[in-house]
Design a protein. Structure first.
Length: 135
């Protein structure tokens, strides 16, 4: 089955508490299991970084709900591709308030996603600075 893979980085809304994030993560874990979406959600550097994987329809529908969610802004999708299989077989919530035991493969994937997210932000910053100079 073809898997659709999407990753984005966003900025958490000011005032989100640890409790808000825990309930967001719990609801997401429940919902994702129901709709067959796996991936990871990272909360670090005052950013959310999320990878979603699953059949095209549920991933697209979920992403529309996520884009409309007021708990974050500045959503930038930096990866969109199809793949023959999932790179993660479960849903992982990683943050400074929840810790899970992760396999080596999962840790490597996490690093890869964080690096890609930071690179996409650095590219945007560089474009912003170039724009400033041209003004
Ligand atoms: C950073 C972030 C990540 C989210 N990730 C998920 C997720 O993986 N799965 C999920 O069901 N909801 C997630 N949500 C919540 C959705 O935006 C939305 O509230 C939820 O899908 C319910 O949508 P609905 O009210 O349109 O049914 C996330 C929200 C935020 C702010």
């Amino acid at each position: 089955m073809t898997i659709y893979r999407l990753a984005y980085v966003s900025r958490p809304s000011p005032g989100l508490t640890a409790e808000d994030l825990t309930s967001l993560a719990e609801a997401a874990a429940r919902r994702n299991a129901e709709i067959g979406v796996t991936g990871l959600l990272i909360h670090e550097f005052n950013r959310f970084i999320q990878l979603l994987e699953g059949p095209l329809d549920p991933v697209e529908t979920l992403m529309q709900a996520i884009i409309a969610d007021k708990r974050h802004s500045d959503i930038r999708i930096f990866l969109q591709q199809s793949a023959p299989e999932r790179s993660l077989s479960r849903w992982i919530m990683w943050s400074d308030f929840t810790r899970m035991a992760m396999s080596r493969q999962e840790l490597l994937l996490r690093e890869e996603i964080v690096r890609a997210a930071l690179e996409s932000l650095a590219d945007l910053d560089a474009e912003g600075r170039k724009g400033d100079r041209e003004l």
